[in-house]
Design a binder for this molecule. Structure first.
Ligand code: DHB
Length: 397
């Protein structure tokens, strides 16, 4: 079987790339190991940059991002050395940058994207596992594996894209064997995340650096809320009672009265920063989490994936419409610039807001000084707002 571009992974990166290619008349096959139900039902990121929203709104007639998403014009930063001295500050995005972000859960964006791609006639195959990738140094790379029905398949393409997440099956072919071939950093904490049935506790997201550690009060809808608190990476999500979870969240958000409700999902999210050493080799490239992972603080993951595919889309058009590898040669460096800015921002938000185990008094007070540096300075608030709402996407190579 043949196609022009084999895209492995039907997440935001793979689906958006298939749309960009189709607009240029380039045929692709998108494969994903997971079922459609699993993709559409897995709770993941929540925040989209303005540029990502603008792009998603143009894909098919099915995007609900403007009708069901919620525009957020700011976030709150709360911090203090003690509950009595707890401060609450707002970062006003439009006033500082002219831009906003949108709260629109990733799985909702995926429901829209899958419907749009299927309506456009996209060859999209769920439950399909890729086990082998070869020939990326030739001009006819191939992938092979097993279909949803358990039958073997093999696809010959002109290009293979790894859009298949942090445990990418394509990455070893790009980095040359060592699966973890990348720059990475671990963190000594994780997030305990919950979904609960309750009204909003705050109009905007609250990022709180309390004496007991970090908490984030986020949202999913009028009636469903998403909240997180810093925990040990080895924590067992089932070990706490609902009352203990509420006590922990409430203790970490002094001055805010949390509205409690039934907790119907809990998970522990590990923190990692990772960038693959190689983003492209011959006729294969990586995008999204296959290329890099950011810790969740600052909500850059899905937005960064879209930045990658906008660039790779340009490079693939040059290759497949004009026979030029110039764009592909430029892709790794061009994508890396945004990737490392987002890596820095995610690391910075993480380190500024969390209490690392064993932190000295010096480091704790320095951290509060850092938060004060940000909130008391227009330049500081502007840096945070620019990064959070997203640097303009680059669409030329
Ligand atoms: C959410 C996650 C984030 O990492 C963040 O910075 C903001 C919101 C969320 O899941 O709602």
């Amino acid at each position: 079987e043949q196609t022009r571009v084999a895209i492995v992974g039907a997440g935001p990166a793979g689906l958006v790339l298939s749309h960009l290619l189709e607009q240029a008349g380039i045929e692709s096959i998108v494969l994903d190991r997971r079922s459609r139900e699993e993709i559409e039902g897995t709770i993941r990121a929540g925040i989209l940059e303005q540029g990502a929203v603008d792009l998603l709104a143009t894909i098919g007639d099915t995007s609900r991002v403007h009708t069901s998403g919620d525009r957020h014009d700011g976030i709150e930063l709360h911090f203090g050395a003690a509950d009595e001295a707890f401060e609450r500050h707002r970062i006003d995005f439009p006033a500082l940058t002219g831009r906003s972000v949108w709260l629109y859960p990733q799985h909702e964006a995926l429901i829209d994207l899958i419907a749009a791609r299927l309506a456009a006639g996209q060859d999209l195959r769920f439950g399909t596992t890729v086990e082998r990738v070869w020939g990326v140094d030739s001009d006819r790379p191939r992938i092979a594996g097993t279909t949803a029905e358990g039958a073997p398949f093999e696809i010959e393409a002109e290009f293979v894209v790894g859009a298949d997440g942090s445990r990418s099956a394509i990455r070893p072919a790009v980095t040359g064997g060592s699966h973890a071939g990348g720059y990475f950093r671990e963190y000594p904490f994780a997030w305990f995340g919950i979904l609960c049935e309750a009204p909003r506790s705050s109009a905007e997201l609250i990022y709180s650096n309390s004496p007991d550690g970090f908490a984030l009060i986020s949202q999913r809808s009028e009636t469903v809320q998403r909240m997180y608190f810093q925990c040990d990476p080895e924590a067992d999500p089932e070990a706490l009672s609902e009352a203990e979870i509420w006590d922990t969240l409430q203790a970490r958000t002094p001055g805010t009265e949390l509205r409690e409700g039934r907790i119907f999902q809990r998970d522990v999210l590990r923190f990692r920063s990772f960038v693959s050493h190689e983003l492209r080799r011959g006729r294969a490239a990586l995008v999204g989490d296959a290329a890099h992972t950011v810790p969740p603080t600052g909500a850059k993951g899905m937005n960064l994936a879209i930045g990658d595919v906008l660039l790779l889309g340009v490079a693939l058009k040059e290759l497949l419409l004009h026979g030029s590898e110039r764009g592909l040669d430029a892709y790794p460096e061009a994508a890396s610039q945004r990737i490392w800015k987002a890596q820095h921002f995610s690391w910075w938000m993480t380190s500024m807001l969390h209490l690392a185990p064993g932190t000295s008094d010096f480091d704790r007070l320095r951290q509060l000084g850092e938060l004060r540096t940000v909130v008391e300075s227009e330049a500081g608030r502007t840096y945070l707002a620019e990064a959070y709402t997203g640097w303009p996407y680059r669409t030329t190579l």
